[in-house]
Design a protein around this ligand. Structure first.
Ligand SMILES: NC(=O)c1ccc[n+]([C@@H]2O[C@H](COP(=O)([O-])OP(=O)(O)OC[C@H]3O[C@@H](n4cnc5c(N)ncnc54)[C@H](OP(=O)(O)O)[C@@H]3O)[C@@H](O)[C@H]2O)c1
Length: 302
């Protein structure tokens, strides 16, 4: 039976991938988690190379999806050792164990490997990350591709999807401030209108990953670097306006036209998705429709 090991099944993206793969009842999907070990997930600290090797030996997967990472830019900036342990060294351990067993590895990366000055970015454009998060993810990409020939990187931009907490995605994390700004006599909420993002719906990414796994299961694995992105450009101010409309809130929002983040962030990293599109892979749910699904499944009052 085709077996997939999904590492980081408890995260924002990992949960969506787990849901999507559950549709393939003819596949065996083994999920791992670290702090949130629910249901039938296997506990695994990916920083423990011996534990990773034993897990992969025991599970004997045909394919491994790495959705575990440290992806908070501010945490990576202040603790580069932690970022490296998970985003680089753990990827190397998984890739080495996978190579020994002939398994294909799909590792998730980010648009933050680019500096955001010359969009759109093709898969083979030269990366130039601006912050510690982007640097660690780029090193992780290189570690994967140097360690195994059966490696594939999937770069993604800002993600949103079904959440357990408003803070889980950079889109929904705006909701508490939007709601507070709608209270009587509240100050306007200032929202970044400098950087352009391409919010991408995690169930769409999960569908893309399933299609990539299906190609591998047919003996036609995709290797090297791939990218997938939503197609609607938005600043955080634009996202906040759309969230306020979806929540039917009379929010008071002010655009900020200069960068305000403590950690340097790129201005526009639009990812070209044509490599996957040319293979007939992809799905894009319109943002307004997707965000209604997310809000509908979560109690909206912060
Ligand atoms: N979120 C975004 O906007 C975004 C944008 C572009 C790219 N990406 C990339 O997409 C991927 C998924 O991101 P996400 O947003 O789903 O991340 P997330 O919600 O923060 O989830 C992180 C996952 O990593 C697991 N994890 C943390 N420490 C671990 C450890 N020591 N050993 C094993 N697992 C560990 C977590 O497990 P527990 O929760 O069980 O501890 C969780 O399943 C990452 O590669 C990220 O860089 C994300």
């Amino acid at each position: 039976m085709f077996t997939v090991a999904l590492l980081g099944a408890s995260g924002l993206l990992g949960r969506a991938v787990a849901n999507e793969l559950a549709e393939r009842s003819d596949w065996r999907v083994v999920r791992t988690a670290y702090r949130r070990v629910y249901d039938a997930s296997v506990p695994l600290d990916m920083r423990d190379a011996a534990a990773v090797d034993a897990f992969i030996g025991r599970t004997a997967p045909d394919a491994i999806v790495i959705a575990a990472a440290e992806r908070r830019p501010d945490v990576c900036e202040h603790d580069p050792a932690l970022a490296r342990a998970l985003n680089v060294d753990a990827v190397t351990s998984v890739a080495a164990a996978a190579r020994r067993r002939g398994a294909w590895v799909l590792s998730i990366s980010t648009d933050y490997v680019f500096d955001g000055t010359q969009p759109p970015y093709r898969c083979d454009d030269p990366p130039a990350p601006l912050n510690a998060y982007g640097r660690s993810k780029l090193e992780g990409e290189r570690a994967l591709l140097e360690t195994t020939e059966l490696g594939c990187v999937l770069r993604l931009p800002l993600l949103f999807g079904p959440i357990e907490d408003w803070q889980e995605s950079a889109a929904t994390s705006l909701v508490p401030a939007i709601a507070a700004s709608a209270s009587p006599n509240a100050k306007a909420a200032v929202m970044d209108a400098w950087a352009t993002r391409y919010p991408t719906f995690t169930p769409d990414v999960a569908f893309v990953i399933r299609q990539m796994l299906e190609r591998h299961a047919r003996g036609d694995a995709i290797c090297g670097i791939t990218q997938w992105s939503g197609a609607e450009p938005m600043t955080k101010f634009d996202i906040a306006m759309r969230l306020a409309r979806a929540l039917q809130l009379d929010a008071r929002l002010t655009p900020q036209h200069t960068p305000a983040d403590a950690t340097p962030r790129p201005r526009d990293c639009h990812l070209d998705s044509s490599r996957l599109e040319a293979l007939g892979i992809g799905r894009r749910t319109p943002f307004d429709e997707a965000i209604l699904q997310v809000l509908g499944a979560f109690p909206w009052r912060p």
